[in-house]
Design a protein around this ligand. Structure first.
Ligand code: ZN
Ligand code: ZN
Length: 278
């Protein structure tokens, strides 16, 4: 890209650090901005109006069973109460605040005041929830911000050292020294915290878990959504590896990977029985 806006990434005065870099058109800043707007403006995943849970045994035929019908079926001839049936069937949920059925892996966000499909967390940095439909964009935003801040830190390092040398001889103004130190420290702090965040999310993706589900997973003997590392990553980034680091999906992935819609998620047993949809 051309001239980078001065001060956008705490790089101090223009001409100094930036003059040392030879930036190409593949500047991470382009992908950072693209990913940021994708995660901010894309709906993380809303529950369709009048959505009703579809029983696993009816998925192949496409027959759906409403929640009251399901509870009625399970309690008929049984001593279990409807609430006990609901507990035994964690995928079948109901949000008392939205007064609507909840698809599997869906959670209510108290900030957005609505249910979000495969909710990961509510992010104040992007002023949006992170869910099934924008999780990849959020991850790419983290990756490109990490690359950008690392690049800035490396670029600023010689200036940081040089400015300290000049500070000893009092040949630099206190204002310039403060800007350089501040820019270096902020970029370094962002880069270090982002790498920790990225490692955490890579670990979550490798087991097909969200930040919310990590507590449920610890209680489960076998996490049923864990399809194996490769498939788990494809559930988030798509099967087209050429687009893994681009904030978009191919038409085939949108059509074939049901997890991207946030309503149906293949389980380990689907894979084992060969009846998975994706
Ligand atoms: Zn809700
Ligand atoms: Zn939210």
């Amino acid at each position: 890209m051309g001239q980078v806006p001065q001060g956008l990434l705490f790089t101090g005065s223009g001409g100094g650090p930036w003059a040392l870099t030879n930036r190409s058109d593949l500047d991470p800043l382009i992908f950072l901005t693209w990913s940021y707007f994708m995660v901010v403006f894309n709906d993380p995943g809303s529950v369709p109006e009048n959505w009703e849970p579809m029983l696993e045994e009816n998925l192949e035929t496409g027959d759906s069973l409403s929640l009251p019908e399901y509870v009625g079926t399970e309690t008929r001839g049984s001593t279990r109460s409807p609430s006990e049936v609901m507990e035994r069937r964690p995928d079948v949920g109901f949000c008392s605040r939205c007064q609507n059925s909840k698809p599997p892996r869906c959670h209510h966000c108290s900030v957005c005041q609505r249910c979000v499909l495969k909710m990961d967390h509510h992010c104040i940095w992007v002023v949006n929830c992170v869910g099934a439909c924008n999780y990849k964009f959020f991850l790419l935003f983290l990756i490109y911000t990490f690359l950008e801040t690392t690049l800035d830190t490396v670029t600023l390092l010689p200036h940081f050292i040089k400015f300290f040398g000049e500070a000893k001889t009092h040949s630099i103004s206190p204002g310039n020294l403060a800007i350089t130190v501040l820019a270096f420290v902020i970029n370094l702090a962002f880069a270090l915290s982002l790498i920790c965040f990225l490692v955490m999310h890579a670990s979550l993706i490798s087991s097909n878990t969200t930040s919310i589900e990590v507590h449920e997973k610890n209680r489960a003997v076998r996490w049923k959504y864990d399809l194996g590392r490769k498939k788990n990553f494809e559930q988030v980034f798509g099967t087209n590896k050429a687009l893994w680091f681009v904030p978009m999906f191919s038409k085939e992935d949108i059509a074939n990977i049901s997890a991207l819609s946030g309503l149906h998620f293949p389980t380990r047993s689907d894979i084992e029985t060969g009846s998975s949809r994706s």
